[in-house]
Design a protein around this ligand. Structure first.
Ligand code: 13P
Length: 247
């Protein structure tokens, strides 16, 4: 795939002043084949509209509902109104902290698609599962649960091994590439255009390890947590993605 994706997930971090600092630090090369976006906390979506052009916006989550009596929820169509093109669905932190079920994730995928957003579906195994050698089966099962019934027409996947998130322990390029090959194989069975779904890696990606990950044949980009909070380090990851395309 001759394109790269670098998406920053700010999680529950940031402030209005940090958005302004990030915006000053972010270096965006004009018109490249690297798709760049930030998923800030909802209250900062408006302020992020002033980010340098070429940096898009993503939601960190969306409601399964479009409207109604659902206090605290934000719909996919609201995210779209604020300029989001993508929305993260099924992040492991939500699956764990908020007990999001496969059924709910399917409903959120459907809500995102109905609102014209491209979902970024997260999958990934825990340390216990990897240590028991069941990681491929676990990730295949997550894909089947999310995509068997109504595969979205447009989709990104992020493979985020839970043991690599926020730990400083990145999956090795070999581990990431091997799992991405498994995901590609599973997607081609589940979806007509599964061969062209961009596959992002997430879990302790930083400017030092991004280049080796982007050089993996099955890795099309990164979903970046901690290192996306600093505009300079995020820019360096974007530049590593650009360099991997030039090779
Ligand atoms: P870190 O890059 O902080 O490990 O977070 C990864 C992640 O969960 C992105 O969604």
């Amino acid at each position: 795939m001759n394109k790269r994706y670098v998406i920053g997930n700010w999680k529950l971090h940031g402030s209005l002043s940090k958005v302004a600092t990030f915006s000053q630090q972010l270096r965006m090369a004009p018109a490249t084949d690297v798709v760049v976006a930030i998923a800030p906390p909802y209250p900062y979506l408006g302020a992020c509209a002033d980010l340098p052009s070429g940096c898009g916006l993503a939601g960190q989550d969306c409601s399964a509902h479009n409207s109604g009596a659902h206090t605290g929820e934000v719909s996919a169509s609201m995210l779209s109104e604020w300029g989001c093109q993508w929305v993260i669905v099924g992040h492991s932190e939500r699956r764990t902290d908020l007990a999001e079920s496969d059924q709910l994730i399917v409903a959120k995928l459907s809500a995102a698609i109905s609102a014209g957003l491209t979902p970024l579906l997260c999958v990934g195994e825990s340390l216990t599962v990897r240590e028991s050698g069941q990681e491929e089966a676990a990730v295949r099962a997550q894909l089947q649960a999310a995509l068997s019934d109504i595969p979205p027409a447009s989709l990104l996947i992020a493979y985020e091994p839970i043991w690599a998130i926020g730990t400083g322990v990145t999956a090795s390029p070999e581990q990431a590439d091997a799992m991405h090959a498994v995901i590609r194989n599973e997607l081609t069975g589940l979806m007509d255009d599964g061969a062209s779904v961009p596959l992002l890696y997430g879990g302790s990606v930083n400017p030092d390890n991004a280049g080796a990950l982007f050089d993996c044949p099955h890795v099309d980009g990164a979903l970046v947590g901690g290192a996306s909070l600093d505009g300079t380090s995020f820019s360096e990851i974007v530049e590593a993605a650009q360099a991997s395309l030039r090779q």
